[in-house]
Design a protein around this ligand. Sequence first.
Ligand SMILES: [Zn+2]
Length: 360
Amino acid sequence: MKKFIVLILLLLPALACSQTPKSSPSTDSTKGNTPEKFFANPVDGESQLDSLIRTAQNDLAKFWQSYSKPSKVASYSRSEAELGNVRTPCGTLTPNNAIFCPEERSVYYDRDFLNDLSRYYGDYAPVTVIAHEWGHLIQWQKYGQGNAERDTIEKEQEADCLAGAYTNYADQVSQLLEVGDYEEAAKTMYKLGDNLDWFDSQAHGSPELRVAAFTRGAFNGAESCWGYTAANSFPSSAPNNIDPSPTPKVNRINPTPTKSVLLDYSSYRCNTQPSTPFYAGLDVEVITDVNLPLRLRAKPDMDNLSSVYITSYHQGTKMRIIDGPACSDNVVWWLVKVEDGKKGWIAEGDGSEYFIEPVN
Ligand SMILES: [Zn+2]
């Protein structure tokens, strides 16, 4: 249990570092028996983790060769962090964490934490984390200062996707992966998922969404990652009149994971709902009864926690669908941007009546 609390706090966004509890995770898991190619060339005095990260960095630099490398990739110990001794331009680092610091284009990681991940999930787990942080570096280069304006969840999902894209490269091109590495990455992503509200400043996505993002990158390449969030990728809910995969798959390559990391999308289906007539990009208007305003929520479910409600809107309010659909509680949900600028999730209807209709 303690272990899980620690893990969900990994990868706090660089500008939103917060205190995390101390930890001393159990070390009952065992390492795989297979000699790992990532450890192939340890140099004198180098730890296994150092060798792994060094090899991963060299390979990540090849994969992202059209972008600049991080200015540095620095490790610290958990105890240094616990003492508050690790200071960066992005603030004092917390233990059990890895961050990308945009101010100096650097990555910092808690080596004790990555060693724990390696023990729990296998040697590819730390590489997954470094590849994710490297993904943040690429985002800052690609989007420039505009990256600061993007929602955390969008950046995090995209970074997971980019970590997946790199993993495919490490497998197919560099041939560094061993049996089980895809599964180790998927397990790591799953364990690092959180249950924060969609727009929470530290939200990285649920376990399922993180695995979905990673899997997308692994199967479809980095070009499929830009602007991606898992919520816009539920194929079973695509409207009938829209091609569910209209975007050409760039860099499509065929990884051969040793065990499937594919998600079972059936859990996202709204089986008893009619197929939705809405889609991302559509402008819609609230048509609920005047006494029943439509609730805007921070995440796509019927949770009654007051924190989930952002606000509500009356009949006639206009909004644009920007992402989705998602399904939970047998309801089809859409992420919308309202005319007042607020963003959140709305239910499209209750199964018998729609709450919105397209604006003509
Ligand atoms: Zn991140």
